[in-house]
Ligand binder design. Structure first.
Ligand SMILES: [Zn+2]
Length: 294
């Protein structure tokens, strides 16, 4: 089995990106894994601090490792949006493959200082763990928002990206390039799309020379995602689209069988609904044709 760093390198050379999907229950893991296996592409599952608290940090690590080993399949585990070194150490000890160490809410000097410390501490526990740092402002909460925050002030610049990467020695950088966490209601309805600053991504890639992650990919224009990957994005995060599909699938499953109480008879509707979204996104990230209605 190749490690995550090798797979990112390979994806970069092939001009494709690895899909990252947030999970907070077994149904979501099943859906992500099934979609990735069907397309035979590597995949990352991620859990934020809140998601880890619900599922269990060591428990999800054991579960994902069991899938990777039993099926000899490149499924990797990311500790998404980790705000303290203590939580990072917990994930590193549990065997997570990567971590998003997110102090982007702090002033940049403090973000640099603490991220640098975290890189050293986490690599001391697991030298092959990839550490991602965050700069700029892309909002919080993978939920449905009523209004859009003003993202223009928090956009990352190539100079800032270069300086941050050189000072902290992170493996991966998450810049603010027009992306945002969560979706507006109009995006859920498909009426509007997020747009990305492709030139900014290309400039940051040239300056920072590390793997780049696009957070808040849900509801982004397909063509912008293709261009962003061509410009240097290596990992794309999708969370809200899965949460919406999870809820719709559950509502559908319950409505279809109003008297059913057996979870494994109701929940396949949720797996199907989520799997469809994951499959469609994975096709796009991996340069495969995405059909109508996908
Ligand atoms: Zn994120």
């Amino acid at each position: 089995m190749r490690c995550l760093r090798d797979l990112l390198q390979k994806a970069q050379q092939s001009g494709v990106a690895i899909g990252h999907f947030n999970i907070s229950d077994l149904v979501l893991v099943k859906a992500v894994f099934a979609a990735a296996r069907e397309l035979n592409v590597p995949v990352l599952v991620g859990l934020s601090e809140g998601e880890r608290e619900f599922v269990g940090t060591r428990q999800i690590a054991a579960f994902v490792r069991s899938l990777r080993e039993e099926f000899d399949f490149p499924i990797f585990l990311n500790a998404d949006h980790t705000h303290s070194l203590a939580k990072g150490i917990e994930a590193a000890k549990a065997g997570f493959d990567s971590i998003v160490f997110d102090l982007s809410a702090l002033p940049i000097e403090e973000n640099v200082r603490q991220t640098k410390q975290a890189v050293e501490a986490l690599k001391a526990i697991n030298p092959s763990m990839l550490v991602e740092g965050e700069i700029g402002d892309i909002g919080t909460g993978s939920e449905i928002h009523e209004s859009s925050p003003d993202l223009s002030k928090g956009l990352s610049t190539p100079e800032e990206a270069k300086q941050f990467v050189e000072s902290t020695r992170v493996d991966i950088l998450a810049p603010a390039v027009g992306n945002m966490h969560g979706m507006l209601r109009s995006m859920v309805q498909g009426e509007t799309k997020k747009r990305l600053d492709i030139e900014r991504i290309a400039g940051i890639k040239r300056a920072a020379r590390v793997f780049l992650t696009l957070h808040g990919g849900s509801g982004t224009d397909d063509e912008d995602l293709r261009k962003a990957i061509a410009a240097g994005i290596n990992i794309v995060h999708i969370n809200t689209e899965l949460r919406v599909a999870w809820r719709h699938g559950l509502e559908h499953g319950l409505a279809k069988q109003p008297d059913e109480v057996v979870p494994y008879k109701i929940l396949p509707s949720v797996v199907d609904s989520v799997k469809q979204v994951v499959g469609s996104r994975l096709k796009l990230f991996n340069g495969r044709h995405v059909g109508h209605g996908a």
